[in-house]
Write a protein that binds this ligand. Structure first.
Ligand SMILES: *[C@@H]1O[C@H](CO)[C@@H](O)[C@H](O)[C@H]1NC(C)=O
Ligand SMILES: *[C@@H]1O[C@H](CO)[C@@H](O)[C@H](O)[C@H]1NC(C)=O
Ligand SMILES: *[C@@H]1O[C@H](CO)[C@@H](O)[C@H](O)[C@H]1NC(C)=O
Length: 390
């Protein structure tokens, strides 16, 4: 993609670029070593942000963003080294330059006053065509302060906790080399995004942290998620309604709940999930491997072509699980026997050493080092449609 090849050129010209970007960033706390000659660097500290680990810098961050976004020439928002406390921030587009670069060198920490997040979002990126987020920095959602108030395990209508990085209608984007730690709710979520790559994103939160999905996709097309290390308290990657053409590869997942499609069937007008390819991933110490889950009460949503190959699972409780009666809060009144889901084609390619048997149209799969329920197709009569490749 354009953003990626741009980076290569930038790296080749590193020395020259460093000199030029120093000129732009003069007097500020940090330097962007990667800014292109033509780029103007908008350093948040130039807009008054203080890396003192205390002051809430949301206004300064927004001011720097607005300046960068409205720049008619290539622009880079820089969060230099240091510890910045920030409350809810919306990086609103459309921007006058593309792709706009957000370089995060520092450690950004969420303001831990929970009432500061009216939209359940911490960093929201909206309506942007061409975005490149990079820079080896981190986003710490300070979730440890709020997880104890999450009651979603017993309350179906529970309040959503803030997502650390939420991308809405952001197209042609690359998010790479960043680290998200202890999100309050989801770590990263992309909604209505097209042509989006996540690369070398590290996700860290304890196994016990509630609803802290690593990367969540909803209504997105053409998404690549690769080379990511995800350890968290919920799904490493989750995909829901209207997700189409997703390539997931080289993911290390664990702890967590695995790679999931669903929950589906919660809303009446859901779009299908199509063409999900999961390749060369390893899952260790997770509750699930590959999972499809649907609520028992909704209308049918189909999963069309989910393919998983070369997946290594170690100490995974449910390596492959299709649960059509998903109801974690046990509050579903009409538990229909046949769920909303309709898995029309599930292709699983499992390495030969994993002992695969196909008997009478059902699957018995005994992974070498996994739990006692390797393949579970729960409350479903569609399992005869599953195609196994081996
Ligand atoms: C991945 O990101 C981490 C930290 O964000 C960085 O230290 C590492 O060098 C990156 N890896 C690659 C291959 O760029
Ligand atoms: C996913 O991979 C397939 C096969 O390698 C390729 O044809 C397709 O274009 C890829 N999709 C995306 C969104 O990169
Ligand atoms: C599954 O999909 C097929 C084809 O779209 C449809 O005929 C069938 O009724 C669906 N089954 C369920 C249980 O939704």
């Amino acid at each position: 993609m354009a953003a990626a090849s741009g980076t290569m050129i930038v790296v080749q010209n590193l020395l020259l670029l460093a000199l030029i970007s120093c000129a732009f960033a003069e007097g500020s706390r940090g330097r962007s070593l990667l800014a292109a000659p033509s780029e103007t660097v908008f350093d948040v500290t130039k807009y008054g942000a203080e890396a003192d680990g205390e002051t809430d810098n949301y206004e300064q961050f927004i001011k720097a963003w607005v300046a960068a976004c409205h720049s008619k020439t290539p622009a880079r928002l820089l969060i230099p080294k240091g510890e910045f406390v920030v409350g809810a921030v919306v990086f609103q587009g459309p921007c006058s330059n593309s792709p706009i670069v957000v370089e995060v060198q520092g450690n950004v920490k969420a303001q831990s006053d929970f009432t500061e997040y009216p939209n359940a979002e911490w960093f929201a990126f909206e309506d942007i065509d061409g975005l490149h987020v990079m820079g080896h920095g981190s986003f710490n959602g300070q979730g440890k302060e709020v997880w104890q108030y999450n009651d979603c395990h017993k309350n179906k209508k529970c309040q959503m906790f803030p997502t650390s990085l939420k991308f809405t209608q952001v197209n042609n984007a690359l998010v790479e080399d960043i680290h998200t730690i202890d999100s309050m709710g989801f770590h990263v979520s992309a909604v209505k995004c097209n042509t989006f790559t996540f690369r070398n994103v590290t996700v860290t939160a304890p196994q016990t942290s509630p609803n802290t999905d690593g990367i969540h996709l909803s209504r997105c097309n053409d998404v690549t998620i690769t080379d990511c290390v995800i350890g968290t308290g919920d799904d490493c990657i989750s995909m829901v309604r209207g997700v189409n053409n997703v390539n997931i590869s080289k993911i290390t997942c664990g702890p967590g709940h695995g790679i999931s499609v669903g929950s589906l069937g919660k809303y009446d007008d859901e779009e299908d999930v199509k063409n999900v390819f999961i390749k060369s991933c390893s899952l260790t110490g997770t509750t699930n491997g590959i999972r499809i889950k649907t609520w028992p009460e909704g209308l049918p949503t189909k999963v069309v072509t989910l393919r998983a190959e070369d997946i290594v699972m170690n100490n995974v409780e449910n390596p492959i699980i299709i649960d059509q009666g998903y109801c974690p809060s046990h509050s579903c009144k009409n538990k229909k026997v046949f769920g909303a889901n309709n898995v029309s084609k599930l292709l699983l390619r499992i390495p030969p050493h994993k002992h695969l048997d196909v008997m009478h149209g059902t699957i018995s799969y005994i992974p070498t080092n996994s739990g006692s329920n390797p393949v579970q197709i729960m409350q479903s009569q569609v399992h005869h449609k599953i195609v196994l490749l081996h």
